[in-house]
Design a binder for this molecule. Structure first.
Ligand SMILES: *Cc1c(COP(=O)(O)O)cnc(C)c1O
Length: 222
């Protein structure tokens, strides 16, 4: 079932788009099934759950943290996390830097951009992110590498609106890529698109889709 879902999903992805299998609220058996079908990149959004799964599942899994991250929890995942998707403050960036340094590694992150017409979504506005990057303070964070942007569209059936929001982020991404990050080829990821809107997202430049329900079905609370 999960392996078939994965196969069907992958058939719809453009070749340059990476699949992050969002496994939050699904038991380790479900992740193991996806792993056995060849999936290696998993996304979790709760720290305790991530820690519990990381401990028991194969070590060659690439764990992405996709949820809102509190600074006091960074230390738990710092030794192994491969990408933190939703950095939404300089304070968080600095804490990731600090914890990465302790682990003697560099952690890749994405800056979360808020474009959805919903109060509840975290992230920088395009103006805020430009301000953050114009002020050079972030460059002192030598143990983090900003490899791109992440965004969520409004939860709506209005495809035009979703497309417009993704397009706004794509333009910001292109803008930063040719200015602030012009000499950093590692700034290349655009994490956009979930089960309901990943097809739209990949038409608007997404390089990384975060898909859960289409692979694992309805989320069950562990
Ligand atoms: C849960 C979640 C997803 C996956 O959502 P689905 O609709 O199940 O594909 C993607 N991104 C983030 C940030 C999430 O929290």
């Amino acid at each position: 079932m999960i392996s078939e879902n994965l196969q069907q999903l992958k058939a719809t992805l453009k070749p340059n788009v990476q699949l992050v299998a969002v496994s939050k609220f699904h038991p380790v058996e479900a992740l193991q099934e996806a792993y056995d079908a060849g999936q290696r990149v998993f996304g979790e959004s709760h720290v305790q759950e991530l820690m519990a799964k990381e401990e028991v599942l194969p070590k060659d899994i690439e764990w992405h943290f996709i949820g809102h991250l509190q600074t006091n929890k960074v230390k738990y995942m710092a030794p192994f996390v491969s990408l933190i998707h939703a950095v939404d403050s300089l304070k968080l960036l600095k804490e990731i830097d600090k914890q990465a340094q302790k682990c003697e590694r560099t952690i890749d992150v994405l800056l979360q951009i808020h474009v959805a017409k919903e109060e509840t979504k975290f992230g920088f506005s395009p103006e805020e992110v430009k301000e953050l990057l114009a002020d050079g303070t972030w460059k002192d964070c030598r143990h983090v590498r900003i490899v791109g942007l992440m965004a969520m569209a409004t939860n709506t059936d209005n495809k035009e609106q979703i497309a417009q929001e993704f397009e706004t982020v794509r333009q910001l991404f292109q803008d930063l890529k040719t200015s602030v990050f012009a000499s950093e080829p590692s700034f290349k990821e655009l994490s956009m698109g979930m089960s309901g809107d990943y097809l739209i997202a990949q038409e608007h430049g997404s390089t990384m889709v975060r898909v859960g329900s289409l692979i694992f079905g309805e989320r069950v609370y562990l």
